[in-house]
Design a protein around this ligand. Sequence first.
Ligand code: F0G
Length: 353
Amino acid sequence: MIWRGLLKKYQSYLPVTKLTPELTLYEGNTPLIHLQKLSKELGIELYGKVEGANPTGSFKDRGMVMAVAKAVEEGSKSIICASTGNTSASAAAYAARAGLRAIIVIPKGKIALGKLAQAMIYGAEIVEIDGNFDNALKMVQRVSENAPVTLVNSVNPYRLEGQKTAAFEVCDQLGSAPDILAIPVGNAGNISAYWKGFKEYNIENKTGLPKMFGFEAEGAAAIVKNKVFHEPETIATAIRIGNPASWDLATSARDESAGIIDSVTDDEILEAYQLLTRKEGIFAEPASCASIAGLIKQCKKGVIEPGSKVVAVLTGNGLKDPQTAIDQLKVEPVSLPNDEDTVINYIEDVMKT
Ligand code: F0G
């Protein structure tokens, strides 16, 4: 069957009516890739759900297509969101597609370059604040209460509806739910959406339920520490969030599934970032690698039974954040003159080592 996007494919599971426009950028249908080397090293059967393959390079497109389609259906002319980057890129793209105005509020200096470039080129109106994501979210919530503009952060229930489709795909790709679903946690919408999706699919198709393993960054580990972080900090800017909006839904997902929510350090995230690229050929952005880092930590602790079937959600594309990749380089590229003999001699010498 030709892929025609999420609203078509999962229509019967979604709040799609006759009046919902057929909006799509052909989001969803992302690869589930067996991570062979990491599986072997960790003694588990590990898969990566590569959400960076979505049209704007992150899982946000799943929720955004639903939220923007409903905004159009309800007659809205503008959407607004706060963002650590990916939500704004996705909102800007779907707003452009649907002919709506997009207004985004972002923390100044804390958005990965690729994400900012996306929001700009798709034509969003961008407000930068000298504050963090949590401050920005409060502001856009207030605006949307008073002005005729639709809020498309994950507090908009249509966002989670769209995002739950990733759980459906995982079940279809594996034939059933995995034993464990590992996922980064920022504002905590995605872990809540996956859990909702697994439950709904299980009722319809008897696909089973995974344990939900969520991972926050240590410098932004509000749920783990059970306290708001007023100044969250992490290299994984996408999850630099100190007061997650879906906090209660996330702890319910954890508790109902007999899972865990734990934290990982920036060093652990960066180690996973390099393992994933160098051993598996998959370039996911730093926040995405919190899921891999968390699994490595739990395997070391003996929490995960050997042989378990585990899916790690790789939420965003590594190209979004080129600076973090470049900063990992320990050696500079070799710079040579444009001279065939010099370059060939150099490479031949290198290949002898
Ligand atoms: N991974 C990436 C790449 C993200 O962009 C986000 C969230 C998360 C994980 C965490 O997901 O918030 O549902 O727990 N990014 C939001 C944004 C906050 O504005 O783009 P969550």
